[in-house]
Structures are given as C-alpha cells and as structure tokens.
Ligand binder design. Structure first.
Ligand code: SF4
Length: 297
C-alpha cells in the first residue's frame, strides 16, 4: 500500500506570514486579540489562544487591546474605526488579499458594476464588498448572475476560487455588457494546491483532504478531489476510520493552505498505525513521500 501527499500541501505564504506576525506580536504585548479567526483552522486558533492570542468577534470586545487583523482582511469601516480609536493594529492581511481590495476600490470608483465571484458569507468577500462602496454583486458561479444587461462590468474573484468558475462567469458575462474588465485575483498558492491535488487524486484510490471545515480553499480541494475519487474531508487524525482503507492500494493526502504541518503529520501517522506499520511513523512533514521539499510550498 502506498501513501503519498500532494506537493505544496499545507501553509501558504500568507498564512505563514500571518502566524509569524501574530506570534511575534504576542511576545511584544501583554495582551493581544485577533478580530475574528486569524486563519480558518480551529486547531491553530486554539493553539494561538494557549499562547495568549485571544479571538474576539466584535469591536466592542477589543477594549483598547492591540488587535491583529486576520489574513483575509476586515471591512474598510472596521479598519477605520480601529484607527479612530487609536488601537494598536497588527495587520496580517495577506498582500494578495490587499491587492484584491485595491482592485475592487479602483473598479468601484471608476463606475464599474463590480461582480465578485465568491461565497457571500466568507469574511474575505464581506470585506471585499466594503471596498467598492456598496456597488457589488456576489455570485458563487455564473448561474447566479442576474438576468439583465450591463454597461461596464469589473470582475473580481475571491482568492480561493478555481479558474474554471472564473472562465465560465466571464464567458457568460461577455455578451451581456459593453465593457468587461477581469481581474484574475485567484491566488497562485490556491491554484498550485488545486493542481497538485487533482494530479494526486487521479493516481489514488482514496483521498484524504485535511483542513478546517470553515476553510474555503480546503473545501475546494475536497470538491476537486471528490470529482475523481472517494474523498474524506477531515480536520484532525481522530476522525479517520480504519474501515476506509479496506481494499485500497494508493492513498493520497492533501491539505489546505491554512492546515498546520503538525496536523498533517498526525494524520499520516494515524494512517500508518491503522495499516500496522508503526515503525514507519514520522516526526516532520518533509518525510512524507511526495512532498519533495518545504520550499515548494
Ligand atoms: S491562500 Fe493566497 S491569498 Fe490566501 S492567505 Fe494564502 S497566499 Fe494569501
């Protein structure tokens, strides 16, 4: 039986940067909070809590404490209110997300009808909308477009969407508007993980996708893999069922951009344990076949 991991699995540049900034800040301040979850991984959020980085859900809970802005950003008004209240801000918004906010603002100001491809309940999309001064339509795919013609349309994508959905949306829009501007704001880290997952899914009999159930990019990996092969989306090793491995030869593992290495290692070791190969347990992610090198992530 072979177990392989999709290359590029786990933390992306933006998440690594956010966690490092938060940990550095926690050494500098006695008390520090994050406004919302810093990343979409409940286990990592819990670990940070143990390091004294507390999560709050509203401005009123901050009570003057230094505040970390999560990797997927906050609404413009919220940011401005923190500034007005002279709250010390540690802004871990991923530079790729900031760029997306900038484009949304530019298009909105230039009079484009901004159409965002994304999940309207996702914090990144909620924040994005605030940058176009309210003139936005959010669709999860082309089928949700309103049945009408447009004049000038600017398309923005949530960073974790897949390119096919963006292509379908713009194909549908083109005959319906006089001018169409498309900003391909799908993050490279997202598309690389999707491609690696797809390649591994095609060569596996079973796929295990690891990451927060609230993580859009992890859910997207599970969707992509599930189109090809039996796929289980889990958050932690304890969710694995030994029965999954009956009559399976090739097991593939992949993990979202917000999944910490230690959880991936625990999942790998749990599979090894269930297969009866205790001596093959590992202590670091680089030892899992397939991941070639940490730098590739
Ligand atoms: S997935 Fe991309 S946009 Fe999101 S935090 Fe990672 S690098 Fe940034």
């Amino acid at each position: 039986m072979k177990i392989r991991i999709a290359k590029n699995s786990g933390f992306c540049f933006g998440v690594k940067r956010a966690i490092k900034m938060a940990e550095d800040a926690s050494k500098k301040y006695d008390e520090i909070v994050t406004l919302g979850s810093i990343i979409h991984n409940p286990q990592m959020v819990k670990k940070l809590e143990q390091q004294g980085i507390h999560k709050v859900n509203s401005l009123s809970e901050i009570k003057g404490r230094p505040t970390i802005i999560r990797s997927h950003g906050v609404e413009k008004n919220t940011f401005n209110k923190l500034l007005e209240q002279n709250i010390e801000i540690v802004d871990t918004t991923c530079p790729y997300v900031s760029k997306t906010q900038e484009y949304t603002q530019l298009l909105g100001k230039a009079g484009y009808q901004v159409i965002i491809l994304g999940d309207k309940n996702h914090p990144e999309v909620i924040a994005l909308q605030s940058y176009s001064d309210g003139n936005t339509i959010v669709v999860k795919d082309a089928s949700e477009l309103p049945d009408k013609k447009f004049d000038k349309v600017g398309v923005i994508s949530q960073t974790t969407r897949n390119i096919e959905d963006l292509q379908n949306l713009t194909r549908e829009l083109l005959p319906r508007c006089r001018e169409l501007r498309i900003m391909n704001t799908i993050c490279n880290a997202t598309s690389i993980r999707q491609k690696a997952t797809l390649e591994l899914a095609k060569e596996s009999d079973l796929m295990i996708v690891i990451g927060g159930r609230n993580s859009s990019n992890t859910k997207m990996l599970a969707k992509i893999s599930g189109k090809y092969i039996k796929t289980h989306h889990i958050e932690v090793a304890e969710e694995i069922d030994k029965k999954w491995f009956k009559n399976v030869e090739n097991i593939g593992i992949t993990a979202g951009a917000s999944t910490p290495d230690w959880i991936i290692v625990e999942v790998y070791n749990k599979i090894i344990e269930y297969l009866g190969n205790h001596e093959k347990k590992i202590s670091k992610i680089e030892d899992i076949p397939g991941l070639r090198s940490k730098d590739e992530r």
